[in-house]
Design a protein around this ligand. Structure first.
Ligand SMILES: *Cc1c(COP(=O)(O)O)cnc(C)c1O
Length: 423
């Protein structure tokens, strides 16, 4: 094994550090496998309940009327996430789009959106209009309020109560930390927040941005009272096989509005050709629990390895985990670039490319990204990205197999060692 690693450019020192760290993670990996097993049962049961059949794998073109594969897939999502309905479509171009649909479909001029967990993910700033943008919710007369987390990371219940008013119609809760150093919330914690919010104003609808969280726990926020959960198919639930798409799962009346926003009033869910990708979406969802587990093992391994090299990591390797993202404070732009170079060199696709930071639509700072993916931009595949700003956090995620995640993490550390880091 060592020889194979050495011929891949990984030194004995780095390989052995990895093996030593791995020995400490056995119980942790067992728990991750148990969650995957539980979720595999959930997905399988939903597929059998809905009698997923051979002919569902074929798609439609044109309008897409009577696409039984597409309609059955949506029932499988709804049953897995224990919701009344779901919208799962290749016409949803990405996670931000899915979130925009869910928000814009369920808010009208004069309504207010509330984030009780501080500033949301970078790309939502233009969706909401926190940064002025053409077509934003703000431009359409929808106001926005946010309540920061308390200094200890907890929910500011008094502040939230005070922020809920006559106009407040929808609450958005982001499960994952995104590009920040805060914690990721567990579905239970989100449930506690939802219970509080509904005790203040029972008819408020709550949407959870579930990106990167799916299948990392036995339950999802929809099991704890979320009216809609939203995510991207080129993250966890696509299992690496979905070539495009997003989902919204939730209460039937809210999903109906989402469908009519995605297509048009009067059309809703009836149109939307699946264009031959039904099989990838079914198979990807079937694989998602184990693919997510592989990515999570990669994240835990990265946390433990970089802790051992003296870096601050979020979450800590021993902390409970509710998404697949691992943040590592790399402290310098040079370390950030070296880390990304290592992930890129370990990729099956585009391994010869050198990542450099650049401006990206929707993001306020230059971002450096490493990804050599079968599906462009897929972040359930091994990938890393970080905004070029203090404290030079890298956000690392994905890995279709645990073995590949491990190789990539070791390669990243090798690059830091080559650049002068002492182990
Ligand atoms: C990825 C992500 C999004 C946006 O998804 P895109 O597919 O990149 O548009 C939104 N919120 C969170 C928490 C995410 O991780």
């Amino acid at each position: 094994m060592l020889k194979a690693y050495e011929s891949f450019g990984i030194s004995k020192e780095v390989y052995e550090r990895g093996e030593a760290v791995l020995k400490t993670l056995e119980a942790r990996f067992r728990t991750i496998d148990e969650i995957a097993e539980y979720n595999q049962l959930k997905v399988l049961a939903a597929m059998q309940k809905n009698a997923v059949a051979d002919y569902h794998m074929f798609g439609t073109t044109g309008y897409g009327h009577d696409d039984q594969g597409r309609d059955t897939l949506e029932k499988v999502y709804a049953d897995t996430f224990h919701t009344e309905d779901a919208l799962v479509r290749p016409q949803i171009t990405c996670g931000t789009h899915a979130l925009y649909i869910a928000l814009s479909a369920n808010l009208r001029a004069g309504d207010e959106l509330l984030s009780p967990v501080g500033r949301p993910y970078d790309t939502l700033e233009e969706v909401i209009g926190i940064r002025p943008s053409v077509g934003s919710l703000a431009e359409n007369g929808i106001s926005y309020r946010e309540v920061d987390l308390l200094p200890d990371g907890g929910f500011d219940f008094d502040g939230i109560r005070a922020a809920i008013g006559e106009k407040t119609k929808l609450v958005t809760i982001q499960r994952s930390k995104g590009y920040s150093s805060r914690r990721t919330f567990s579905p239970e914690e989100i449930g506690e927040l939802i219970r509080f919010i509904k005790s203040v104003k029972p008819d408020l609808n709550v949407m959870v941005d579930n990106c990167y969280g799916e299948f990392t726990c036995r339950e999802e926020p929809s099991d704890y009272g979320a009216d809609m959960i939203v995510g991207s198919l080129i993250k966890n639930p696509g299992g690496g096989l979905a070539p495009v798409g997003g989902y919204i799962a939730g209460r039937a009346d809210l999903i109906e509005r989402c469908a009519k926003r995605l297509t048009a009033p009067g059309l809703g869910k009836d149109v939307g050709a699946s264009l031959g990708i039904n099989a990838s979406l079914f198979q990807g969802f079937f694989l998602s629990p184990t693919v997510t587990a592989s990515a999570e093992k990669g994240a835990v391994f990265a946390a433990a390895l970089y802790e051992s090299a003296g870096f601050k990591v979020h979450p800590a390797s021993s902390a409970p985990r509710y998404d697949i993202i691992q943040a590592i404070e790399l402290k310098t732009p040079e370390n950030l670039s070296a880390f990304c170079a290592g992930i890129q060199e370990a990729a099956p696709v585009d391994s010869f490319v050198k990542p450099v930071a650049s401006e990206m639509a929707g993001y306020p700072d230059p971002v450096i990204m490493a990804a050599g993916c079968f599906v462009q931009g897929s972040s359930i595949e091994l990938s890393a990205d970080g905004p070029m700003r203090e404290p030079y956090n890298i956000y690392f995620q994905g890995g279709l197999t645990w073995q590949h995640a491990k190789i990539g993490v070791l390669k990243s550390l090798q690059k830091l060692v080559d650049a002068g880091l002492a182990l």
